[in-house]
Design a protein around this ligand. Sequence first.
Ligand code: ADP
Ligand code: MG
Length: 385
Amino acid sequence: MLGKQLALMLASKFAEIFGKHPDLIASAPGRVNLIGEHVDFLDGFVLPFAISDVTTVAISKNSSKVIRVASIQKGGEIKSVDFSKIAPMTGEPWTRYPIGVLWALGNEALSNGLDILVDGRVPLGAGLSSSAALECAVATAVNELYGLNLSLPELARIAQKGENVYVGMPCGIMDQSVSLMATQGNALLLDTRDLSTEQIPFDIAQLGLELLVIDTQVHHALVDGGYAERRASCEKAVADLGITSLRDISVSEFEARKSELDAKTYIRAYHGVTEMKRVLDAVVLLKSGDFVGFGEIVTLAHQSLRDNYTVSCPELDLAADTANKFGALGARMIGGGFGGSAIALIKARDSELIKSEIRGAFMASKFKAPRFFSALPSQGAAVIN
Ligand code: ADP
Ligand code: MG
C-alpha cells in the first residue's frame, strides 16, 4: 500500500483509539542484508537495502506525563507508562521498542506526554528487522515533532541504544542505519566503524532480477552459547593479534599469523576477515554491473557462515542450495542463524519454479513449510505529514 494511503488509514485509527487527530505520521522500512553478516559488531562493512514494507507510526503530544502506545498488530490496546516508571527492560516486551527510543533520546523527547499508534507491515520475526523499522519510525517522528534536528547517524545510534539497553537486545548498528539512510534502487554500503555510507546501485527490477526471501520459520535453540561465544572468539582474535579491529588485517596477513591463534578463534575470526573482503569485492562487482559475479560471492558468504562461523542449519542450507540448483545467481542465510531466513538473487521469471522446488524439498525433508517474500531496494525513513 502507498505511504499516503497507509497514513490516512492510520490517522483515522488513531482518532478511534486516542480520540483526537495525530500531530504527525512517519514511517521506516525493514531491511535485508545482501552481504556482510556477523561483522557489524566488528567495525566491518555491510551492504543492506531497505525493503518496501514499512512500519508507520502516528504520534501526538498529550498534556500528562504519560506515554501511551498501541499497536494494530497487538490488537490496538493502549499501554500507558508514567514518566516515573520508565526504566530499561520493564513493561510489556513489545512496548520496550518504542519507549526505548524515547528513553534513549532523553529529556528532550520526554518533556511532554506522547500518544503513539504503530502499524507494522514488516513481517515480525522473519529476519527483516521489524524491530528497527519500529524504532526508526518512532525516532523519525519524534525528531520532527520536537524539531530536534538530529542527523540520521545520530538517530541510528539512539535507536540502537534503545534496543541494546531498554529492550536488552545486543544488536549491531546496521538495521537502524539502513532503515534511516537507504535510498530507492540502491543498496547501502555502510562502514559500521564511523557510519559513513555510499549508495551502491542495485536496481534489480530493471534487470529482471528479484531478491527472494525464504523464511524457514524455524528457530533452533543455541546448543553451545551461540552468538556470544562467537562474538567473544572474534574479540579474542583481535586481542591475541594485537590489532584494533579485524578489518585492520588483510586475509593474507591473517592467514600468515594463524599459529598465534587457537583453532576455534582462528576459524571464527576467519569468517569475519573474509566476510569484510567479500563485501568490498561485491561492491566492485555491482559497480561494474556483474551480477553473476556478485551472486557467486553471496554463495561464498553462505559457505563461510555454514563452515567457518557455523551458524547455519539444515533448513537454511536446503533453502540456499535448492535456490542455486534451480537457477539463482547466488543464495545465503541471513541474520543471526540457526533458523530464520535465507535470501536468493534470482531471475524474476524463475520465481515460481524456485519457490515450488524449495517448498517440495522442504516437504520431502519433513521441514516446516517456508514463507516467501520478494524484496526490492526502497526508500528509508520518512515523515509522511
Ligand atoms: P525482527 O526484527 O527480525 O522482525 P525481532 O525479534 O528483532 O525480529 O523484533 C520483533 C519484535 O519487535 C516483536 O516481537 C515485537 O516485540 C516488536 N515489534 C515489531 N513490530 C511491531 C509492531 N508492529 N507492533 C508491535 N510490536 C512490534
Ligand atoms: Mg530485530
